[in-house]
Write a protein that binds this ligand. Structure first.
Ligand SMILES: [Zn+2]
Length: 190
């Protein structure tokens, strides 16, 4: 099953997206784009949430390599401005921003979803009704909470309640039911 599903691809430091990879993108909201199938699922999910009075705000989706690099530079600069030394600023930045090509955003398969008027990734997002809706429904549209709490050592990422990754409906349902992260899921399926 894993081999037949390109949406289960692992994207991380060891499995980067090459800069020349052609990704067919579609628009999911205002200025946000995702890979075609993931984007279609995202649009359906946004509409389904809206039907329940929940407004999902996609603050970041597909990112080009260049844009990812800009985000990293900006984050490092901001941390240094607030008094951090260069090495710590870099280290802290890479805990939540992957190097260009090593982010799921570079594959167009992930989206950061927050509340209306919110653009900062913050753990407190988990206390919102937007998050509660996503937690209960995202798998029905093929999305998983990609960097859960308690799995930081395995994923290499801090807990990110706002980052949702498309894997397809069947896999998303299984992953949710088994309460595993993508790495664990792929390990047992292979
Ligand atoms: Zn993200």
């Amino acid at each position: 099953m894993v081999k037949n599903n390109p949406y289960l691809r692992l994207v991380n430091r060891n499995n980067p997206v090459s800069e020349g990879e052609q990704i067919e993108l579609i628009r999911v909201s205002a200025e946000r784009y995702m890979e075609r199938e993931a984007g279609r699922a995202m649009k359906k999910m946004i509409q389904a949430a809206l039907n329940k009075g929940v407004r999902l705000n996609v603050v970041s989706a597909y990112r080009s390599h260049k844009y990812q690099a800009e985000l990293i530079e900006k984050s490092i600069a901001e941390r240094m401005e607030s008094g951090m030394d260069a090495i710590s600023a870099r280290k802290e930045t890479y805990r939540s921003l992957a190097e260009p090509g090593t982010s799921e955003h570079n594959a167009g398969l992930a989206a950061d979803i927050m509340c209306e008027n919110d653009t900062d990734g913050d753990e407190r997002f988990e206390n919102t009704r937007e998050f509660a809706w996503l937690r209960d429904n995202a798998h029905r549209f093929g999305f998983i909470l990609r960097y859960p709490r308690g799995k930081e050592e395995i994923t290499g990422f801090i807990y990110e309640p706002w980052h949702f990754r498309y894997v397809g409906v069947r896999a998303a349902k299984k992953i949710k039911k088994q309460d595993v992260c993508l790495e664990e899921f792929l390990r047992q399926e292979n």
